[in-house]
Design a protein around this ligand. Structure first.
Ligand code: TPP
Length: 342
């Protein structure tokens, strides 16, 4: 993509689409900020999420071919992907449910951390708290799609620190086997840190997307993930390539991590560029939106979120016996001590 094409995107997308992107970004941000409050106020246990990734993740979610099976895109996500799911149409109430660990949490029945989704109907494979291993499991769905007659693709995203691990490189090797190249979009969100380890201390390469250069003909690009238009253009190009060529592509997005790593590191706001502020400035400068409209969007989204939170607060936690549901072996193992003792 060339820099000259990016401003034209505002024209191409049009006011309606741009405002939809803005609304979804605000929805995602308010949700994450609510989750942080919940973790600090004892209305949940642990927070990890994606405030700062909205400019990249909302466009990404809008480009997904959503559905179940090989004719639809497979998503192998990490824990900062809430904006992708909201752009695909997920209900913020379900994330609140997972945060509170209520029985109605559709992603894990109240058993997993927040932002650890699993949505079989949309090919969203279970998010693992073990970082980067999903780059290798993504190979499986990509092989199925390489064999099928489809334009659907596999997408895996993860962080810069994880991309220094072996699973990421296994994915690159498998994706580029001459016998069966894979239709996989490999995304790295480079937010500059792995928990507290600066990226500059771990990566010798200038850009993580430079790994593409290892494989003849493999495209790679690095984009400003805080910029909606740049992200849209880069994603459009990457998705189109993988859908048509049935070969892999690495896209690295440089983005802010606005509340640090997780609740374990305090989840306090840090002074990094805010993609929503940047987008609002760009929209207002082009005369597409009056600043009062931004406040109205925020107000509407906040009211809806309040209502969803009230509802989730009234919902029950899972019954203790349900811990034995959905496990590989039915019932208790014979060695497990029963109530009467044995
Ligand atoms: C295999 C594995 N190693 C270590 C961890 C502990 N851990 C959790 S998040 C994290 C940092 C990940 O950083 P990065 O990949 O850059 O993603 P980010 O959280 O910055 O989005 C680490 C090391 C883990 N969960 N899994």
């Amino acid at each position: 993509m060339t820099a000259a094409r990016i401003p034209d995107l505002y024209k191409k997308l049009g006011a309606k689409r741009l405002l939809e992107i803005h609304r979804l970004m605000v929805r995602a941000r308010l949700l994450e900020e609510r989750l942080i409050k919940m973790s600090k106020g004892g209305d949940g246990f642990f927070w990890i999420g994606g405030p700062g990734e909205e400019a990249f993740n909302v466009p990404l979610g809008l480009m997904i071919k959503k559905g179940r099976g090989v004719d639809h895109d497979y998503l192998h996500l990490h824990y900062r992907s809430s904006a992708i799911l909201l752009a695909m149409g997920a209900d913020p109430a379900d994330t609140l449910r997972q945060m509170r660990s209520t029985a109605a949490d559709p992603y894990s029945k109240g058993r997993n951390f927040v932002n650890h989704y699993a949505i079989p109907e949309w090919n969203v494979t279970p998010v693992s708290p073990t970082i980067e291993t999903h780059y290798t499991t993504a190979i499986g769905t990509a092989i199925a799609q390489a064999r099928a007659k489809t334009d659907a693709i596999t997408m895996a995203n993860g962080g810069d620190a994880g991309s220094a691990e072996g699973d990421f490189h296994s994915c690159l090797v498998w994706a580029n086997r001459p016998a069966l190249p894979l239709p996989i979009l490999i995304i790295v969100i480079n937010n500059g840190y792995g928990i507290s380890t600066p990226v500059s201390t771990q990566h010798g390469e200038r850009r993580i997307s430079d790994w593409a250069k290892t494989f003849p003909g493999m495209p790679g690009a690095t984009v400003d993930g805080n910029d909606v238009a740049a992200s849209w253009a880069a994603l459009e190009e990457a998705f189109a390539y993988v859908r048509k060529e049935r070969r892999p592509y690495i896209l690295e997005a440089r983005a802010s991590r606005l509340y640090g790593h997780s609740s374990s590191s305090g989840a306090n706001r840090v002074p990094e560029p805010d993609c929503i502020e940047l987008f609002e400035t760009a929209l207002a400068r082009r005369g597409l939106v009056k600043p009062a409209q931004f406040a109205a969007v925020r107000e509407r989204e906040a009211v809806a979120l309040d209502a969803a939170h009230q509802k989730a607060r009234a919902e029950p936690f899972p019954a203790p016996e349900s811990a034995w549901e959905d496990v590989f072996a039915a019932g208790l193992p014979p060695s497990y001590p029963t109530k009467g003792g044995s």
